[in-house]
Design a binder for this molecule. Structure first.
Ligand code: HEC
Length: 394
């Protein structure tokens, strides 16, 4: 019963999460584009940094950016913040519903580390909080004054966190935690830096004082980080549905490639919005493509098989393996505690059913170790190899 309601909670939260993430990323991409499309022109009003014309929805838009701010407060001012906050709140709630509520199945893998659910949840929260404190500290420290040094340090920090998560959680949870940590930085940048700084600027204007330009610069630094981190974070969130990305201990390598690929693609858009041409906008797609191919080739499961091509695995043995390791949950009437229906509707009780799902079975339990969930039944490497050999012979 509780699981039924949790499924609804999960679906509704995911719906909300995707909607608000679209709104947030949409508006943030729009503003980055707007910023980069600004052009200076003779005769702009004092304080105007540049202007941009665009056409959309049956009319023309004429936007001007004031740096740091106009001389007086405009009569009406629109803010962009709730998209970001609600994305984080819904995402965190989804983490709670999936990985905390189901900690022993989703978060913990006893093959990786033995925690009680409470310990694992504590570690997850600690990771998110510490991650932010270290990142924020770096941005404020002398390292933060030099963009390339900061970029490399933050990159290394992400890889270090990936490695730590992969030592603590199931490989699926580890990857999601890297995404959740970086996404937390992004919202925290909005909540703790960008919006408060903008509020200070508004207060100075209201008091008739000149706003401090450093406030705008700090906000811009964080908003640039958010821009470059968006695409990698989206990959990490989506990867949860693709077991070939659950690479266990080598997670940091996957994350390194994903951050580079996402960042490079983003750089192409930034450079072209800013009117870049020639090599400035030619290198990104080839570089990102080569790295993506490298990633896909690298993540390919090693031919897990001790079992060679001529290993014969009988139907009876395959059925036996699946009955032992899968059918406790994947049955019309699951016997595993906490399961009332077959997860994702995947029932694996007969040879025909197993045959029908053989590609998924391969990717979930042979090529990766996503299933059995949390390796609850302690399926061994050799058993996976034999199941794989049977599937390949089909
Ligand atoms: C402890 C319960 C449990 C066991 C044991 C288990 N699974 Fe699953 N399985 C799940 C759950 C829960 C999901 C849904 C996962 C999700 O939310 O993405 C799932 C999903 C799946 C899916 C669908 C994946 C998708 O996203 O389409 C396949 C295929 C699958 N399992 C295969 C297996 C195989 C093969 C085994 C045995 C080697 C196995 N499972 C053992 C609980 C289990």
């Amino acid at each position: 019963m509780a699981d039924y309601w949790m499924d609804w909670a999960s679906l509704l939260l995911r719906w909300l999460h995707v909607i608000t993430a679209i709104a947030w990323i949409g508006s943030s991409f729009y503003f980055v584009w707007l910023d980069l499309s600004l052009r200076k022109r003779e005769g702009l009003t004092e304080g105007v940094h540049g202007e941009s014309w665009s056409v959309h929805g049956g009319g023309f838009y004429h936007v001007q950016k004031y740096l740091v701010a106009p001389a007086q407060m405009p009569p009406e001012l629109h803010w962009f913040k709730y998209e970001s906050y609600v994305t984080w709140i819904s995402g965190f709630s989804l983490l709670v519903v999936t990985y905390y509520w189901g900690a022993s199945a989703y978060l913990i893998d006893h093959g990786v580390a033995v925690w009680s659910p409470l310990q694992a949840i504590g570690l997850s929260l600690l990771g998110l909080i510490l991650g932010w404190l270290v990142y924020d500290g770096l941005c404020r420290s002398p390292v933060g004054r030099h963009l390339p040094t900061l970029a490399i340090t933050v990159f290394v920090l992400i890889l270090l966190a990936s490695w730590l998560f992969s030592q603590a959680f199931s490989s699926r949870a580890a990857l999601l935690h890297v995404g959740a940590m970086v996404a937390t930085w992004m919202t925290a940048n909005v909540f703790f830096i960008i919006i408060p700084n903008q509020k200070k600027v508004v207060r100075s204007l209201e008091a008739g004082e000149a706003p401090d330009p450093a406030l705008g610069q700090q906000a811009k630094q964080r908003s640039t980080h958010n821009n470059y981190l968006t695409l990698p974070v989206l990959f990490m969130m989506l990867s949860n549905h693709y077991p070939m990305t659950f690479v266990g201990e080598q997670l940091w390598i996957l994350v390194a490639l994903v951050v580079l690929i996402g960042g490079i693609v983003r750089d192409y858009f930034n450079a072209s919005h800013a009117g870049g041409h020639g090599w400035r906008i030619r290198w990104q797609w080839p570089a990102a493509s080569v790295l993506t191919i490298l990633l896909a080739v690298w993540a390919m499961p090693p031919s897990l098989t001790n079992a060679t091509a001529d290993t014969v695995v009988t139907d009876a043995e395959a059925l036996q393996l699946v009955t032992t390791h899968c059918a406790g949950c994947h049955a019309a009437q699951p016997t595993q505690l906490g399961f009332t229906t077959a997860p994702k509707g995947v029932i694996l009780e007969t040879l025909e059913e197993i045959d029908r799902y053989r590609a998924q079975i391969y990717s979930q339990s042979v090529a990766s170790q996503a299933m059995p969930l949390g390796n609850m039944t302690q399926m061994t490497q050799a058993e996976r190899a034999r199941l794989g050999a049977w599937i390949q012979a089909q």
